[in-house]
Design a protein around this ligand. Structure first.
Ligand code: HEC
Length: 106
């Protein structure tokens, strides 16, 4: 009797495993790319570098009126830039360009 149960249990396990394997493999779909998107140009080609003055006009006006470059000397601009870089969450490149513009036009 015990042997019969063992045989039944093993058979059930093998069947379950078999069904699982078969069902898994049969649901696998092969995706073929039917939508051929022809990219003639990348965004990169048309990306124009923004100048420091542009960044200043766009970002420094967000929270308050953008201060004129003449408002501070070079040393103070370095300090303010660091402060506003944190406030405005700017990248190093952006703030460097802005500071370059501010210190060149004061
Ligand atoms: C996210 C909002 C925000 C942006 C964007 C921002 N500022 Fe400010 N700024 C502030 C706040 C708020 C203050 C008041 C001081 C403080 O609480 O930090 C301030 C103060 C200042 C001051 C007064 C001096 C000082 O350091 O406190 C200057 C000058 C200044 N900002 C320049 C700029 C410049 C230049 C930019 C562009 C790079 C800029 N800000 C972008 C929020 C901003």
């Amino acid at each position: 009797m015990k042997t019969l149960y063992k045989i039944l249990a093993v058979t059930t396990m093998i069947l379950t495993l078999g069904v699982t394997i078969v069902s898994c493999s049969s649901t696998k779909k092969v995706y073929t790319d039917t939508t051929d998107v022809v990219i003639t140009s990348t965004d990169e080609e048309f990306k124009m570098e923004k100048s420091g003055a542009q960044y200043w006009g766009e970002t420094c006006n967000r929270c308050h009126i953008a201060p004129s470059p003449a408002s501070y000397n070079d040393t103070d601009w370095d300090t303010v830039s660091l402060h506003m870089r944190v406030r405005a969450n700017l990248t190093e490149k952006e703030i460097n360009k802005i500071t370059e513009f501010l210190t060149s036009a004061n």
